[in-house]
Design a protein around this ligand. Sequence first.
Ligand code: GDP
Ligand code: MG
Length: 370
Amino acid sequence: TEFVSANDLAALMNVSVNEVIKVCMQLGMFVSINQRLDAEAITIIADEFGYSVEFITSEDEQALEEVIEENEEDLEERAPIVTIMGHVDHGKTSLLDYIRNANVTAGEAGGITQHIGAYKVQTESGRTVTFLDTPGHEAFTAMRARGAKVTDVVIIVVAADDSVMPQTKEAINHAQAAGVPIIIALNKIDKPGANPDKVREELAQMNILVEEWGGKYQAQEVSAKTGSGIPDLLEKVLLEAELLELKANPSRNAVGTVIEASLDKGRGYVATMLVQTGTLHIGDVVLAGSHYGRVKAMTDHRGRKMKVAGPSTPVQLLGLDGAPQAGDKFQVMETEREAREIATNRAQVQREQSLRTRKHITLDEIGRRL
Ligand code: GDP
Ligand code: MG
């Protein structure tokens, strides 16, 4: 499916985006300029402007969309994928760093930690948890806007020496809109001024009643500085994950989401990919958004080489012919020719779309100047 925003739709119909937004509001839909619209919304809005909509999906794309029915016996438990969100300075980065550095098993010691946007750790109870580590958590928002669902559990960090802040509320709203379960981390509990009950009270006022007060939300007092409470926090994540019964089929071709990608001088295009189901191997042909390539090398967040990556495993991958966008889906294809065809096709559609949008903006600006 292609990304169509209110802005794109306005351009296609040759009307201003304000008119589109106004009509949306009259219909009870609140959309922003660059928000992705779903097929139903597009149809309704276009109808208001007297247009009918035809959704064209190429045969190749259709084949990709086909949902593979998995047999129950092929499914295996997979690690939960977790995003940490919260107000600035409440300790997201510190918490992620503490977890990444504390949960190093003997064999891993010595590896230099690299920022790859995601990592997988082993807990004290021997189970694994995958963390998405994206600056500012733009990726979560970007991925959601692109229709990608990658996070199973959201940890909302609130500094216990501070209050529920605007970004705390925003993060809670995001998680709830995405239907992702929330766990509260009451951070900075080591600080003399910490008052976690005050935060619990503020959360209760916004209908987030924590378990210890008889509510349904798990909460844990932690310190990203001393590490206190962090093992318990991880156990609570695993408890939440058990309820979700997260499963995937490790024996099929890999499918997942692009977390981030960039051009690295010397190594070429480097993409952090999160395998969600199936297993990715060296040599596999990968189609990712409008790019493709054969997997040349894979490394984990400590820079160690990997030959295979199963469900819920993030990898840094070399071999793509360009940088796909965060939130793009990726999948392993049978042949390079097939992958190239679809990638080329998608790139073409993207170019045409940006041309149309640009043309409209130019006309609109001229109109305004007259
Ligand atoms: P972010 O903006 O949410 O990523 O917050 P940071 O992780 O950058 O933390 C902001 C500041 O709070 C930094 O100076 C951290 O050292 C400090 N900090 C974070 N967690 C704790 C904690 O548990 N205890 C104490 N005392 N300081 C913390
Ligand atoms: Mg930070």
